[in-house]
Design a protein around this ligand. Sequence first.
Ligand code: HEC
Length: 216
Amino acid sequence: MRPTKNTLFLVFGFLCIYSCTPKKPVDREGFRQEKAARELKRIAPADLMQKGEQLGEEILSATASAYLNTLKRAIVENGISGAIGFCQLSASGIASDLQDSLGVTISRVTDKPRNPVNTLSASDKAIWEAYEYVPENLDGQIQEYDTENLIYTKPITIGSTLCLNCHGRAGSDITPENYSLIKSQYPDDQAINYEVGDFRGMWRILLPKKAVVSKL
Ligand code: HEC
């Protein structure tokens, strides 16, 4: 049987549709990232830093007051010994909420940690030393951290005698019972012998530039 005009047309049409169908799915993620990068470029670095500083300040003040309120409430309700687990950011829940919603990372770091996870990293050292060099500088600071993140930092001082209950002199400010409780949970504890006004640590908020841009 000779192919009719119609069957030829069908075969040709099929071949055409087949060869014209894209074999690779559209790279939507790549396109999105490229667009985001282009948008980033249009934003002046000074505006990015200014927004980052504002966002860092807002996050810090919300986190610091939630943490302090949680700690104080725990002391009132359970006494010092019952509040030992409450000088933690996770206790207030706010840090993890912000971590989830904005992708920011909030932590406290120090040269004399109680919990070793709070040890200053090599990259934090330069910022830390600048604060140590000018101890009266208690300002928050925004800096570029890497290509994707800004970092907002602020010194933590021993604000009142409340802190000395767990960070003062062991055996006097910290009762022997409370100190042995602390030592049982933190065998390598170094966070003692502070006095009111001492430089105790540093807030450290890692802000993804994308999160800062989304707020502009
Ligand atoms: C009831 C005891 C208690 C009180 C009061 C207390 N802390 Fe703490 N603090 C701890 C414990 C326990 C840790 C370890 C938390 C962890 O595991 O992350 C800690 C950790 C810290 C850290 C993180 C660095 C590190 O050493 O691990 C900083 C900073 C800090 N405290 C500052 C303060 C300040 C400032 C005050 C006063 C407002 C205060 N603390 C009051 C028990 C206390």
